[in-house]
Design a protein around this ligand. Structure first.
Ligand code: RUQ
Ligand code: CUA
Length: 675
């Protein structure tokens, strides 16, 4: 407490001079209370001394004040970021940029026992490909469930690009509940994107291929390779994707890239862009160019405009074929029924993002310095009046570019992804420029029109951006995070000068927090991300989340959200044998397991059931069993099961892996496997 008044004084006095902090001058001076610009005046002597000693400029001090969340205070928002090829989801507090949790999704995660219990293993197994259990994924685009276009904080969806899978995470307990494998394809990217009421989770395939399980050589590319857009029906009451109510639309073998679902006037549509409308087949002979070149030969690719409401009707009417036992609306049907349209989009598009009001669709092209902004009104008018400039080779009608286009703004090199704030501004990442461009949405800021407002450099090769609720109908403004790909000169120094040389050849990504509340954007924090590559992220206001801190009842099975039939109550611990099947019913409570000594025979099939009967908020126990590769997390009230054949004889210690009490080390026992 003795430091309290001093800190308060520092904060208050620094806050008073924030306006003087916007333009750092070097070297900064904190010593003399001079009115010169760039000087932090009015700081307490202590605070000024600290800033001066640490070489902090006035801008640094302002940035620190904006991001610092004191110990014991809570963040105002949470960012759910994909973990890239770590296969996980990372939750990060905003504005502190503190990592809160790394949620196990496609990759086993031993702290959470993810993939080690029967229940969680079954979820990973749902995501198997032809019987092969996969132990990693490549997560790209998290999407929080929405109600009327706003995050409702109930569920989080995320894709696995590497294997075309979708996962459902329940935000009540921040655990993955379901993984579905796309039966048609092995690669996705335009996923997961949901409509404003989370009816469907959309998944566009990325690399066209013959339907899973079929073989074709590249000379049959145009005939046999295909793309697809899958609409996974979400059953909110069950908290699961309802595979039976889901369907796909066949697409030409372009490489569909990102997607976004419409909202407001564009609700009912999904927009996906594409690359490789050249239908290049790669380097087959010495003379062929690489994909890198051949997929960028044409000036324009196609923005896919898909009427999912119409597609849903067609699916419900039974107007589809079954491929790999999954309902697919053929391209022909999609064209005939008015489900699928194209409009050209500039060279190598990447991001496609619908504006908060839903009137416009923003496309960034990697090889074009503009963002192209399309109007849903113009698109619908063109469709209604049949204003097409012909079709693609698969018969899909093409709306002329200048007919669908509302505006184009030159932003810089490599525009990728766009998010929005609450003042009618859009923010687009510029990958090659390593900058973020802020521009005005002409229809919302007629005083500015469609124009570039300013740019801020980031460090660097920025991919996605995430803004506070910045892809919803009501963006929150205030915070923007640049999810940069590399951090070449951020977390490493010059070894020759005796500085920290860095983290080895694999560099962490660099996430930068940007204050967008003022007239100019300011980078205020750098955060190394050392556990994966966050592609996309969403930032939700913390008060929208309604997570549990303790499971509702003892013996809770998080997968069914009900009490497990194997739940064990205090006093009911036992070991039951039936032939060579042994059931162990165990409880965990601070600081012991019951029973502690367990005897089975070599070759027995062991079904082990453990309930954590503690109800206190922090009374988490873990369970680790040597040699049998078992790791469980038993959160307050949680029940878990695991099954194995005791094929190794000997004595195997098991213990609680969470430091749950002063006598936590004693929370252990022995499994005896008799010869
Ligand atoms: S990606 S950096 Cu969304 Cu997978 Cu663009
Ligand atoms: Cu329970 Cu440590």
């Amino acid at each position: 407490m003795r430091r309290g008044p001093r800190l308060l004084c520092f904060l208050l006095s620094a806050a008073l001079v924030l306006s003087a902090c916007s333009k750092p001058t070097s070297p900064p001076s904190f010593e003399s209370p001079s009115p010169a610009s760039g000087t932090v005046t009015g700081l307490s002597a202590d605070a000024a001394a600290i800033a001066s000693e640490r070489g902090l400029s006035p801008a640094d001090v302002a940035a620190a004040l904006k991001t610092y969340v004191p110990s014991g205070k809570l963040d105002e928002a949470v960012m759910f970021a994909s973990g890239g090829h770590s296969g996980q989801v990372i939750a990060i507090g905003i504005p502190s940029m503190r990592i809160l949790k790394n949620i196990g999704v496609f990759t086993p995660e031993s702290w959470q026992g993810w993939g080690y219990s029967d229940e969680t293993r079954a979820v990973l197994e749902e995501g198997s490909v032809e019987g092969q259990l996969l132990t990693w994924g490549d997560t790209h685009h998290p999407n929080i469930s929405e109600t009327n276009g706003e995050y409702d904080g109930e569920y989080l969806f995320i894709n696995d690009k590497a294997n075309a899978r979708i996962a459902v995470v329940d935000l009540k307990d921040w655990e993955t509940k379901q993984i579905v494998k796309n039966p048609l394809t092995l690669s996705n990217h335009g996923a997961t994107f949901i409509d404003p009421n989370t009816n469907y989770i959309f998944e566009a395939s990325q690399y066209a291929m013959p339907w899973t399980g079929e073989y074709a050589w590249m000379d049959e590319y145009q005939e046999k390779f295909r793309g697809s857009l899958t609409a996974w029906k979400f059953d909110r009451a069950k908290g699961r994707i309802d595979v039976e109510q889901s369907f796909a639309i066949e697409l030409p073998p372009y490489w569909q890239d990102l997607c976004d679902a419409g909202k407001g006037p564009s609700d009912g549509w999904v927009f996906c862009n594409s690359i490789n409308t050249e239908m290049a087949t790669g380097k087959l002979t010495e003379d062929d160019p690489y994909f890198e070149t051949s997929t960028a030969a044409r000036d324009k690719d196609y923005l896919h405009i898909v009427n999912w409401r119409k597609a849903e009707e067609v699916f419900k009417a039974g107007n589809f074929v079954r491929i790999n036992d999954f309902p697919v609306i053929p391209i022909e049907t999609a064209v005939k029924e008015g489900i699928l349209f194209f409009t050209p989009e500039p060279k190598s598009p990447h991001g496609v993002d619908v504006t908060p009001k839903g009137e416009h669709i923003v496309v960034g092209g990697k090889l074009d310095p503009h963002v192209s902004i399309y109007s849903i009104k113009k698109i619908e008018e063109a469709i209604a009046s049949g204003n097409f400039e012909g079709t693609d080779p698969y018969g899909v009608p093409i709306i002329p570019f200048d007919v669908a286009l509302e505006a184009q703004i030159e932003l810089g090199i490599g525009p990728l992804h766009t998010v929005f704030d609450d003042r009618g501004y859009a923010y687009t990442s510029l990958f090659i420029d390593s900058a973020v461009a802020k521009w005005s949405i002409g229809s919302e800021r007629p005083e500015d029109g469609w124009k570039l407002i300013e740019k801020v450099p980031v460090q660097y090769n920025v991919g996605h951006l995430a803004a506070l609720e910045g892809d919803t109908v009501k963006p929150g403004g205030k915070y923007l995070v640049a999810l940069n790909k590399w951090s070449l000169d951020r977390f490493s120094g010059d070894a020759e000068k005796g500085e920290f040389p860095g983290t080895g050849p694999l560099l962490p990504q660099n996430l930068q927090l940007i204050d967008i509340s003022g007239d100019t954007m300011q980078v205020i924090y750098d955060m190394p991300m050392g556990i994966g590559e966050p592609h996309y992220a969403q930032i939700i206001k913390a008060d929208r989340l309604q997570s549990w801190s303790v499971y509702p009842e003892n013996g809770w099975d998080p997968m069914t959200h009900s009490v497990s039939p194997y739940a064990v109550a205090a006093g009911e611990e036992r070991i039951e044998r039936n032939g060579n099947e042994v059931h162990i019913y165990m409880t965990a409570i601070r600081s012991h397991f019951t029973p502690e000594n367990i005897v089975v025979k070599k070759g027995d099939k062991v079904h082990w059931h453990i309930t954590n009967i503690d109800r206190a908020k922090d009374a988490v126990h873990g369970f680790g069993l040597a040699a049998y590769n078992v790791a469980l997390s038993l959160e307050p009230g949680e029940h878990a099961d695991f099954t194995f054949v005791a094929d190794k004889e000997g004595v195997f210690p098991f213990y609680c892996t969470e430091f749950c009490s002063a006598l936590h080390l004693e929370m252990m026992g022995y499994l005896h496997v008799e010869p």
